[in-house]
Design a protein around this ligand. Structure first.
Ligand code: LMR
Length: 420
């Protein structure tokens, strides 16, 4: 009796598996609609580089700082802050939808020292600078469903992906690629086509991908033109500290904030604290106290519906550094070392290119701000560089100069020259 019950159970189980297998073989209710695609060019290049076994490969791809040994180091000030957290942190309970408000306040005070947190600037901790762009764009769309975002052409490709996912309109304004200053009149002329309440994306410092920033005077004039047209600056600043210095780069954001009655500001700690994988940033709103409280509550609603609450570790590191003057000094000097190395890389590469390719002026690479500059190559030439020379640049010609080993500048320049 016992045996036959077992046999019938087994048969039933087999029938059940067979039915399941049939279902799995049948038409897919969803996944067969998917067409394989790569995330974006930057991620695709970064994955291809990681999978390349050739010696001497050169990584000019994703925007990550590397030292001369090819390592993206953990800053010593970050390690020290982490040690304090291990010693002192007593709970891992939720920090709240807006994240660590002390972190947000200190970050806002660093960047906008003339503003008053809680009065004319409010904000939330965000999941990296990209997460900040996403929630701020969603907020803009929810408050102004017809909003169009005006982007510099070229810009960081993920801007278009994020804004496309949010479902806002997009339009371009012109931006120089290589060795010219931004033409403020041409930008404002393009913005004449914008409607009141549209957002204008400005890169706070160290434009990605060109490394070209307008002068402070030009930035002020541009902001005044934006405001005069009833438009709103949407500032994405992921590289503060990588251009002219922490304070000087932040001043660029301040120049915009001082002139704009309203502004949305996405900040990142990925590069300047080297905490890329901790996904730490802030989404700030600058405006009149009266209007900011309801706007802030809307921002919280957007965040809650996205990811509920942000991760804590990176924000706790940055807060600990900002709260402690000694750690902050230590971090600032490490940041200065990184900046100096990037600038030395720029000089080395521009001189090496000038030696090899004398028919062009390469000083724009030396003058560039932050990690990136473009070189004038076709996507096909960029592919050839990758396949034949193991030099990885983004197909639009973007190079992350922060990861160059300057002692190899001549060798790398010779390889780049094959694509020019
Ligand atoms: C870049 O532009 O390479 C970085 O901002 C990394 C990224 O997320 O694209």
């Amino acid at each position: 009796m016992r045996q036959s019950r077992t046999a019938s159970d087994t048969r039933a189980a087999l029938d059940c598996f067979a039915a399941l297998a049939m279902t799995r073989k049948g038409p897919s209710p969803m996944f067969d609609k998917a067409v394989a695609r790569s995330v974006d060019q930057i991620i695709a290049i970064s994955r291809a580089y990681a999978g390349d076994a050739r010696d001497g490969k050169v990584d000019f791809g994703i925007g990550v700082y590397k030292d001369e040994t090819g390592l993206t180091p953990v800053m010593r000030a970050v390690k020290a802050a982490e040690q304090r957290l291990i010693d002192e942190q007593r709970t891992k309970t939720y920090v709240g939808v807006g994240g660590d408000q002390k972190f947000v306040e200190l970050f806002a005070r660093e960047v906008l020292p003339d503003h008053k947190f809680g009065e004319d600037v409010v904000g939330i901790q965000a999941v990296g600078g990209s997460g900040a762009v996403r929630v701020l764009a969603e907020l803009a769309k929810s408050l102004s469903p017809e909003v169009t975002f005006w982007l510099p052409d070229p810009t960081w490709p993920n801007h278009r992906a994020i804004l496309g996912a949010v479902g806002v309109g997009m339009a371009n304004y012109p931006y120089p690629k290589f060795d010219a200053e931004p033409d403020i009149d041409a930008i404002l002329c393009a913005l004449d086509g914008a409607k009141q309440g549209d957002c204008v994306v400005l890169h706070g410092a160290c434009h990605n991908p060109t490394g070209i920033d307008p002068s402070l005077d030009d930035l002020a004039r541009l902001t005044e033109g934006i405001v005069a047209r009833g438009l709103i600056p949407f500032v994405d600043s992921a590289y503060i500290g990588f251009g002219a210095g922490w304070r000087k780069d932040a001043e660029r954001v301040q120049v915009i904030a001082d002139r704009a009655p309203e502004m949305l500001l996405a900040l990142s700690c990925s590069k300047n604290f080297g905490i890329y994988r901790e996904r730490t940033g802030a989404a700030l709103l600058v405006g009149k106290e009266r209007d900011l409280a309801p706007a802030f509550s809307n921002l919280l609603t957007v965040a809650r519906a996205n990811y509920s609450m942000p991760p804590d570790h990176g924000a706790s590191i940055v807060r600990t550094i900002f709260e402690n003057p000694e750690l902050r000094e230590h971090w600032l000097s490490e940041l200065a070392d990184i900046r100096d190395r990037i600038n030395a890389n720029r000089t080395a590469l521009s001189l090496a290119l000038a030696r090899i390719k004398q028919d062009r002026d390469w000083t724009y690479i030396d003058r560039g701000q932050g990690m990136f500059s473009l070189i004038d190559v076709t996507p096909e030439a960029a592919t050839r560089l990758r396949e034949e020379e193991a030099v990885y640049i983004i197909p639009d010609g973007r190079m992350n100069i922060a990861s160059l080993d300057a002692s190899k500048a001549d060798e790398v320049a010779a390889k780049l020259a094959t694509a020019l």
